[in-house]
Ligand binder design. Structure first.
Ligand code: GDP
Length: 357
């Protein structure tokens, strides 16, 4: 972490990828994960439980302009590995969505589909800053791929005919966004991202335009989320249950995205379930093992603490009925009563909202 981050105490923004089935959400996430690992870049990405962290150094390196390093005060981006709007709406924090930012994927060849519109409506409702990516540009007739290149670099290498075809398809999507009430344009033609929705042409398969996506997400985080990203590193750990999972040798565990404070082994935590919340003690905090440690039998290794924002697996007694999407909050003897009350209330709210979705 640079001095900038420590001074500002900003946590990593959490990003969710949404869009119509088969438009390329998983491929984009794989691309973001894969290239950074393969290239072994500076401060390579970290695999979390249920999420992938791309540190600022990796993003700056991919964009090839080190001067950008000092412009950014957020430490990187944390992508939730589960794509789709179900993940976006069920994973909540303080009544809003757990995701601070979103990416809506649209296949440039297919254009808008029902789930594209659903995703946009949800983001409007939650007032979440987001970008749209027009994916699969490599499938446009005559497109010559330049793997991992920024969009403008690869665009300039296309023939005038391919560029014209691209423009037609691209502005069809922009037109559909306009019908949905969004003034949108290609990201490099935008001066004010508050007024205009940024659209980034990409190929999740070849990686073209993906560095632009990362850079613009960082910019959005910094411009619109600075106050939301302030966190108390020494404060009680607060997170959301991503999934309840049986693990061999560990019994029932919960995968949690932590978005505030710190959790430690031995901490008392309150977790949501239908009815009375669960009060339990953390037996173990687990993170995925690195590839180099594959000789170990378990896929996980114990860590003494987890600091927001991150994905972590919790092993604790009595968590079988924990509810995906519900809060996990660390408590002390002084705070336990109020924390129990708070979690109970949040579960009731989630139930009401889920029922009305
Ligand atoms: P999801 O359902 O939105 O997660 O979509 P997937 O990522 O599973 O992609 C659906 C199909 O489209 C798969 O066969 C992918 O290989 C393919 N695909 C995704 N992105 C691209 C892309 O940028 N270019 C090409 N040519 N194919 C892609």
């Amino acid at each position: 972490m640079s001095e900038n981050h420590e001074k500002k105490n900003l946590r990593t923004p959490i990003v969710c990828v949404m869009g119509h089935v088969d438009h390329g959400k998983t491929t984009l996430l794989d691309q973001i994960r894969g290239t950074s690992i393969v290239k072994g870049e500076a401060g390579a990405i970290t695999q979390h439980i249920g999420a992938t962290e791309v540190p600022i150094d990796v993003i700056v390196e991919r964009c090839g302009d080190k001067r950008l390093r000092d412009k950014f005060i957020v430490p990187g981006l944390l992508f939730i590995d589960t794509p789709g709007h179900h993940a976006f709406t069920t994973l909540r924090s303080r009544g809003g969505s757990l995701a601070d930012l979103a990416v809506v994927v649209v296949d440039i060849n297919e254009g808008f589909k029902p789930q594209t519109i659903e995703s946009l409506n949800i983001l409007k409702r939650f007032k979440t800053p987001f970008i749209v990516v027009t994916n699969k540009i490599d499938k446009l007739y005559g497109w010559k791929s330049n793997p991992h290149a920024p969009f403008l670099t690869t665009y300039k290498k296309q023939t005038p005919e391919t560029q014209a075809l691209f423009e037609t398809k691209f502005y069809e999507v922009v037109g559909r966004l306009y019908e949905q009430g969004f003034s949108a344009d290609r990201f490099d033609r935008i001066t004010d991202f508050q007024k205009t929705l940024g659209v980034v042409p990409i190929s999740g398969l070849t990686g073209e335009g993906v560095s632009d996506v990362l850079m613009i997400l960082l910019g959005l985080a910094q411009r619109f989320l600075e106050s939301a990203l302030h966190y108390n590193i020494d404060g009680p750990g607060i997170g959301t249950v991503l999934e309840v999972k049986e693990e061999k040798g560990l019994g029932t565990t919960i995968d949690v995205i932590l978005y505030d404070g710190t959790l430690r082994k031995g901490d008392t935590v309150v977790i949501g379930r239908l009815g009375e919340p669960i009060e339990t003690k953390i037996r173990a905090l687990l993170k995925p093992r690195e590839l180099a440690e594959i000789r170990y039998e378990s896929k996980f290794k114990q860590v003494p603490k987890a600091v927001a924002a991150c994905g972590v697996k919790i092993s604790a007694p009595g968590i079988e009925e924990a509810l995906a999407g519900s809060p996990v909050i660390m408590a002390t003897p002084e705070t336990i009563e109020s924390v129990l009350e708070k979690v109970k209330k949040e579960i009731a709210d989630v139930q009401i909202q889920t029922d009305s979705d």
